[in-house]
Design a protein around this ligand. Structure first.
Ligand code: GCU
Length: 639
């Protein structure tokens, strides 16, 4: 199948035909607050795929911060352009200006405001900010790189949730979405020597946002991933997707951005495989190339996560990434990795580092600490990165360690299914997620939703997302975590999956909590009857029970109850003929404002198999033993 080669804007325009094209500063949906400032019309918001592999000036570190709960820096109190005295982004020395002229008034002064270390969420900056939801302003100065040729971009790994960016007092652009990267060109705004960057981040969710206000996780507002200043040649590789097709060929789709992108000689090189594939872009700056995979190719797998250094030369730009080559597909009720059936031995995860005060700032060490618990502790080969796109640091760590990944967008619970702006936001978010990570071999599944009630509007919304995902990536599986109907049988529950979306996805995924949220007795669970379509593979995307680490008693919230729940649920799972994997809920206790039992929860969802500080609970051993025996049995069967 020929991948849409009108890469980027065209491909996305096709895929998102009814919504805004990624790459333009799509008009953000109306929200509780809109900036009345004339934001720069960003020509084409660049993708800068694999930007984390490019040299850059990293702006992590100390930034001044100032809260703005009434959003005075974005709009005046009648919604008009903000008063001059409220414009946090002005490129001025506030103290000096006021000392110079007694008529001058500014009701902010970021240069004299306190400092936060970014990337991080402001929830952990001070005790007063622990529950702040709203608009926060950040500002810092930096010296522009002395030698500057070509073009310069500001790239954000992510900022939660709505972001407004200014450089040297000028609007640069804005972005909606808390978990995907975005970049703006600042070539013309950057000046020699000292520069001032000001960023407004508004964490406030609304019924129209993705996710909506009601979730089951902490809303970590802030600049939670790195901000980097990236320079490229005048014409550069803005997107490149290099993968192994199901036909056994190495395919590349690339898009050049710049004045000399058309009819440009390009070259794909994978030195370790002796590959050096010349090509030329078309009039739109796109190139699609393919070549039979060399016999020497070692396919990526959890057991052998082989990554290759991949380079693309395009004039003065030398793009590079580290890429694994593998195939993932379904055949009947089986999931095939590199043509062989696989059982996904997984666990779910939120994006929180280990420790008593997580701030959702994932470093390579933090990612490896979590994923090693899955790979080595649980003998897992799979992780569900719930409920939103996790940091690229995490997905690269999964590539390196060898864990297959379920990646998802926060189309969660009560979405405004009939709101076109909400659909546009979700489509953009899905595209940004897929386009960021298509080169990650670890990612096997794109999920478009979690626990959404079946209605016509919801079905149409999700089918649009499924279609977008298929257009942007025909090499991975599409799924969604679905709800099931719980019925009473003679002695055990009767569960029925009656979701029409089952017809649209490659992989059926079910969240089930019998014995925790229901009055079912654990002893009855193994005899549960399941009615699910049998023509596709099934995974349990969630099941779990809370336990406070160290609490031992014959009741819910004890480690013993959680362990017994796992034994009973695993016994039930073993009887499902088309079950091909699971990602129990959840690796680590995580912050959730919904969980306020003062004895056991204290604002934490305690379904983790390890506590927030990494203390393993009894159930960890139950799952670890099950996966070790499953791995050995599968290995023996494969011989
Ligand atoms: C749901 C939901 C999770 C939530 C979990 C729970 O299935 O998908 O986000 O945390 O149940 O209740 O713990």
């Amino acid at each position: 199948m020929r991948i849409v080669t009108g890469m980027m804007a065209a491909a996305i325009a096709t895929a998102l035909s009814a919504g805004p094209v990624l790459g333009q500063s799509a008009p953000l949906p109306p929200s509780t607050v809109t900036s009345s400032l004339p934001l720069a019309t960003v020509e084409t918001e660049p993708l800068l795929v694999s930007a984390d592999m490019r040299d850059a000036l990293d702006l992590s570190g100390a930034w001044h911060y100032s809260i703005d709960p009434f959003r005075a820096g974005l709009a005046g109190f009648h919604g008009e352009t903000p008063d001059a005295g409220q414009r946090r982004f002005l490129d001025i020395d506030v103290a000096k200006e006021m000392a110079r002229d007694t008529r001058t008034l500014y009701e902010f002064d970021l240069a004299h405001a306190p400092l936060a270390i970014l990337p991080s969420s402001w929830l952990t900056t001070t005790a007063e900010l622990r529950h702040y939801q709203g608009l926060m302003w950040y500002q810092r100065h930096f010296a522009a790189p002395i030698k500057r040729t070509g073009r310069t971009f500001l790239r954000f790994g992510a900022a939660n949730y709505r972001t407004y960016v200014y450089l040297n007092g000028q609007p640069v652009g804005r972005h909606e979405g808390g978990f995907t990267p975005f970049a703006f060109e600042v070539t013309k705004l950057l000046r020699d020597g000292d520069n001032q960057i000001t960023v407004g981040v508004d964490s406030q969710a609304t019924p129209e946002t993705v996710p909506p206000p009601v979730t089951d996780w902490e809303n970590y507002g802030g600049i939670t991933r790195a901000v980097r200043l990236i320079s490229t040649p005048d014409t550069y590789v803005d997107d490149a997707w290099v993968r192994l097709t199901r036909a056994g060929r190495i395919a590349v789709d690339l898009h050049l951005n710049g004045a000399a992108s058309a009819r440009r000689a390009v070259r794909l090189r994978i030195g370790e495989l002796g590959l050096d594939v010349p090509g030329s872009t078309d009039a739109k700056g796109d190139w699609h190339g393919e070549i039979d995979a060399p016999a020497a190719l070692t396919r990526w797998s959890p057991e052998r996560p082989k990554l290759y250094d991949v380079a693309i030369d395009a004039g003065d730009d030398h793009w590079r990434d580290r890429i694994g080559f593998r195939t993932i597909e379904v055949r009947g009720a089986d999931i095939l990795l590199n043509g062989k059936p696989i059982f996904l031995r997984g666990i779910s995860m939120h994006e929180e580092e280990l420790g008593a005060e997580p701030t959702r700032a994932i470093t390579p060490a933090a990612a490896r600490a979590l994923l090693s618990e899955i790979k080595d502790g649980l003998h897992g080969n799979y992780v569900r990165l719930a409920h939103y796109p996790h940091s690229e640091v995490m997905t690269r760590a999964a590539d390196e360690l060898g864990l297959l990944v379920w990646s998802e967008v926060p189309v969660y619970w009560m979405i405004a299914w009939s709101n076109p702006e909400t659909l546009a936001t979700a489509r953009n978010m899905l595209a940004e997620n897929i386009l960021r990570d298509r080169n990650r071999a670890a990612i096997a599944i794109w999920s478009v939703a979690n626990e959404t009630t079946v209605t016509d509007a919801r079905n149409a919304f999700l089918r649009t997302l499924v279609a977008d995902a298929r257009k942007l990536d025909d090499t991975r599986l599409i799924s969604a975590a679905l709800l099931v109907d719980h019925g009473k049988g003679p002695g055990a529950p009767v569960m029925t999956l009656a979701d029409p979306l089952s017809d649209d996805v490659d992989l059926l995924a079910i969240n089930t909590y019998n014995g925790w949220y229901t009055a079912d007795r654990l002893a009855d669970l193994p005899a549960t009857t399941w009615h699910v379509p049998t023509g596709k593979p099934l995974v349990f995307s969630e099941f779990g029970a809370d336990a406070l680490a160290g609490f031992h008693a014959p009741q819910k919230f004890s480690e013993e109850y959680q362990a017994d729940y796992y034994r009973a649920t695993l016994a039930m799972a073993a009887r499902l003929p088309t079950l091909r994997g699971m990602s129990p809920w959840i690796l680590k206790d995580f912050r959730s404002p919904r969980r306020q039992n003062p004895d056991f929860q204290q604002g934490w969802n305690r379904k983790g198999l390890i506590s927030e500080t990494g203390q393993r609970k009894l159930a960890f051993g139950v799952l670890s033993t099950f996966y070790e025996s499953k791995r050995e049995a599968d290995a023996a069967a494969a011989k």
